[in-house]
Ligand binder design. Structure first.
Ligand SMILES: [Fe+2]
Length: 359
């Protein structure tokens, strides 16, 4: 399965909101490529280079440890399986993907497809910030690249944390945290139908056809559950907006507007709905909405520290999920074009949130 299959074929309904501009960077990358790239031209990319004590492995780990980002370039690798072996040098333990997150289909063992249509803009986010278990790392490997576009952007988490804490918005996030609202539809209501308003069915998200089992699994993950009409499963999850990162001994910004209803601003079949009716939404932890000003400010804080990461086939990126957020603008393919990234998640951990005195 490739990402192409996600591209909508149904009628597009116009977006409802006046879209908040997202630039993803300032036009100049916050980090120069020399800081995070490892040129693999001089490596054979064979088993010897996979050895943990080898030169390539040491360079990868050292770059990752100091920057929180490493990208292998000029690997000449063409198979996702081979790229995955190199990513695993840094990914200590691959996480088996569990429910409660985006629907993804496996493209290789423990390599997952990006759970979003290419035509959708993906605002900056830290992976799995909206559930109680998150991942320390995320890796992207590139099977098919576009010659002139399709970059992923990463935003420096230390810089964005410092910037947001200097604002009233940051102080509100520190004081109240956030609430993640999700509305999971019932698959049985959509058999043979065009999926208007559909993002994820609870059956797929929790791997069961039994609403009682889905509810029990949700509660186990710390979610509050309510059922709406047509077996619509509505969950709420309250969590701090920051997460303590032991390596730097400080709290880092972990929440982003990818979990706000505006995530769907460019999604076919969903973009016409008001925020409160969209499949996911985020408010402050006291259940109050973000104002338009706050939304613009929150987006800009991530954009201000963005770095553009272009893709070529064979590239292997590993991103620290604390020190970087990731996202990308929408991508439109011409006929015959493909852009395929595999994603792997690293070791999972239980969110501990923000610690007092660690700012
Ligand atoms: Fe992501």
């Amino acid at each position: 399965m490739t990402l192409l299959e996600h591209t909508s074929t149904g009628p597009d309904l116009a977006p409802l909101n006046d879209l908040i501009p997202q630039r993803f960077w300032t036009g100049t990358s916050h980090h120069a490529p020399e800081v995070y790239e490892v040129d693999c031209s001089d490596f054979e990319m064979n088993d010897a280079d996979l050895r943990p004590d080898g030169e390539l492995a040491r360079r990868m780990r050292a770059t990752f440890d100091s920057v929180g980002l490493v990208v292998l370039r000029n690997t000449r690798l063409t198979s996702i399986a081979a790229m995955r072996e190199f990513a695993k040098i840094v990914l200590d333990a691959e996480m088996v993907y569990e429910g409660g997150a985006n629907p993804r289909d496996r493209i290789e063992a423990n390599v997952y497809e990006i759970g979003a249509p290419l035509a959708a803009r993906l605002p900056y986010h830290h992976e799995m910030a909206y559930v109680s278990k998150s991942t320390r790392l995320i890796s992207f490997v590139c099977a098919d690249a576009l010659p002139d576009r399709g970059a992923t952007y990463v935003s420096d988490g230390v810089a964005s944390t410092d910037a947001i804490l200097a604002t009233e918005l940051g102080q509100k996030l520190k004081a109240h945290g956030v609430c993640y609202h999700r509305s999971l539809t019932d698959a049985e209501n959509f058999v043979g139908e065009i999926g208007y308003g559909v993002y994820n069915h609870w059956q797929k998200s929790f791997g069961t056809d039994d609403p009682a089992v889905a509810e029990a699994k949700a509660i186990e993950r710390g979610l509050l559950v309510e059922w709406g009409p047509n077996r619509l499963m509505k969950t709420r999850f309250y969590n701090p907006a920051f997460e303590y990162f032991a390596q730097l001994d400080r709290n880092l910004l972990y929440a982003s507007l990818a979990d706000h209803g505006m995530w769907f601003d460019t999604w076919p079949l969903v973009q016409h709905l008001p925020f409160a009716e969209r499949p996911l939404h985020m408010t402050f932890g006291d259940d109050t909405e973000f104002t338009r000003d706050e939304l613009e400010q929150f987006i800009k804080i991530y954009d201000d520290f963005g770095t553009k990461v272009d893709w070529r086939q064979g590239d292997v990126a590993v991103i620290c999920n604390y020190r970087f957020a990731h996202g990308r603008p929408e991508i439109h393919l011409e006929s015959g074009e493909q852009r395929t990234l595999g994603v792997m998640l690293g070791e999972q951990f239980d969110r501990i949130g923000q610690l007092p005195g660690k700012w």
